[in-house]
Design a protein around this ligand. Structure first.
Ligand code: PLZ
Length: 449
């Protein structure tokens, strides 16, 4: 079926459809223009130019319809052009587009903050403020923690990713491509081990205890707990390769923070908003962060991010000490309200858990047969496989398998400190038949047939 659809959203035919090679002639032409107009620093995972997207597909300028296992890096969890988002944003864009919340406020910003205060882990008194990107949220969380504690040091973890601004790039672990040549970096940032079960030298069963002990020892010996303003951690390391810290690690780090007056900041930029089969990934081990940073899935693709935390921390900052021109733009706030309604009304937390069950059962079974799959892991609709040279744990770069999937019309992303992780982040509204078809393409690419 070739449909000349003029809108995105779930009404787009939910099918994989290849009408040209990938990328097709029109996309190749546009890519040439991109090469002349945009610097190469802005990379491209798959050079098809998009005209529509919705449900579980992305449609390109040549009329190809691709199965989307990426959601624009965990952003369009409710689907692209989700109806409740579209409706609210269309109304808002006609009413007013911007006043700057710090100049003359509007209700939707407050409503988003109220909802985040209620929905994020912990029933303590909370405050929220809104910014534009994940990096900006993390950077602001550190500002608040420093201000509230009067301390300067920030502790982060191996394999962590927190953004591309000077501070968040410094917080990020991986040199290439994020840091190379961009120094000098921000001071007072210290990195400690993460409990990475697949690669823990003494095995996964010792990982949580040993990694926590090493991390805490390093903080005590090299920094001094009394100098640490904040620990910043992703409950599942995203860009680092969907590493779920061994169970028990997060609670131990949290306990250490509580005992030493250190602000525990959870970076849920990639894991938040139903992605992992919980509304927030911290819920899995009952972690109640002091501050939680959210972005990506919060507003269905409109730029929005949030810092939510204990009122005594956030209220410690003087009047006018936080803000920004666009933070909590009214279009983005309306989109966020549409996203939260969609998550609730379409039971997307349960839907994410279901996607996880489908994916994990097929991928675990595949691992028995395919010797380059070293590890299968993740929760909900945040699943990954780590590729290795058969019989070893040596990393096998994931780019070739990803390219095979792309050629067959399945959009997958790579990740990992060693670039050897294929990660899957389908929109939570993806219909089962597309999920299964996508997995079949992946199986074929991995089996080498
Ligand atoms: N914290 C946990 O995953 C963004 C990066 C894409 P921004 N991850 C996608 C790229 O290569 O730039 C991310 C994240 C976590 C913070 C961020 C940063 O969020 O909205 O990209 O600033």
């Amino acid at each position: 079926m070739t449909t000349a659809t003029t809108h995105g959203g779930p009404q787009l035919p939910q099918e994989r459809r290849l009408v040209t090679e990938i990328p097709g002639p029109r996309s190749r032409e546009l890519f040439e223009r991109k090469q002349s107009a945009v610097p190469p620093g802005i990379g491209t995972t798959l050079p098809v130019f998009v005209t529509h997207a919705g449900g579980g597909v992305v449609v390109d300028a040549d009329g190809n319809s691709l199965i989307d296992f990426g959601s624009g890096i965990a952003v369009t969890s409710v689907g692209n052009a989700a109806p409740r988002v579209v409706e609210r944003v269309q109304k808002q864009v006609a009413d007013f587009t911007h006043t700057c919340f710090m100049v003359t406020p509007y209700e939707s910003y407050v409503e988003v903050c109220e909802k985040l205060n209620a929905l994020t882990p912990g029933d303590h008194e909370k405050r929220t403020f809104l910014v534009n990107s994940g990096a900006e949220a993390v950077e602001n969380a550190v500002k608040v923690a420093r201000h509230a504690t009067g301390r300067q040091a920030v502790v982060v973890f191996d394999h962590g990713y927190h953004g591309r601004t000077l501070l968040t790039m410094t917080l990020t672990a991986k040199n290439m491509p994020y840091k190379q040549g961009f120094g000098p970096f921000a001071p007072e940032v210290y990195r400690v081990p993460l409990a990475y079960p697949f690669r823990w030298p003494t095995g996964p069963e010792n990982c949580a205890d040993e990694a926590a002990a090493q991390a805490i020892d390093m903080i005590n010996k090299q920094v001094g707990a009394e100098n640490v303003a904040a620990v910043v951690i992703e409950p599942i390391a995203g860009e680092g390769g969907f590493i779920e810290p061994a169970r028990g690690f997060l609670p131990k780090i949290l306990e250490f923070c509580r005992a030493n007056g250190i602000v525990f900041i959870a970076d849920e930029v990639q894991t938040g908003f139903a992605r992992t089969g919980d509304l927030f990934a911290c819920e899995d081990e009952g972690i109640v962060p002091d501050i939680i940073c959210t972005a990506k899935g919060i507003a269905g693709g409109l730029p929005l991010a949030a810092v939510t935390g204990r009122s005594e921390l956030l209220d410690s900052v003087h009047v006018g000490g936080l803000g920004g021109t666009y933070g909590g733009n009214p279009l983005a706030c309306e989109a966020a309200l549409g996203v939260l309604e969609t998550i609730e009304q379409e039971n997307l937390v349960e839907r994410a858990a279901h996607i996880g069950e489908v994916m994990l059962s097929r991928l675990h079974e595949l691992r028995e047969r395919v010797d380059i799959i070293g590890d299968v892991r993740g929760r909900g609709a945040m699943i990954a496989i780590e590729l290795v040279v058969p019989g070893t744990k040596d990393p096998l770069p994931a780019g070739e398998i990803a390219a095979k999937c792309h050629a067959e019309g399945l959009l997958v992303l790579t990740a990992g400190t060693y670039g050897n992780v294929l990660r899957f982040l389908p929109p939570l509204v993806m219909p089962d038949h597309l999920l299964e078809e996508g997995l079949s393409i992946l199986e074929k690419a991995l089996s080498g047939d």
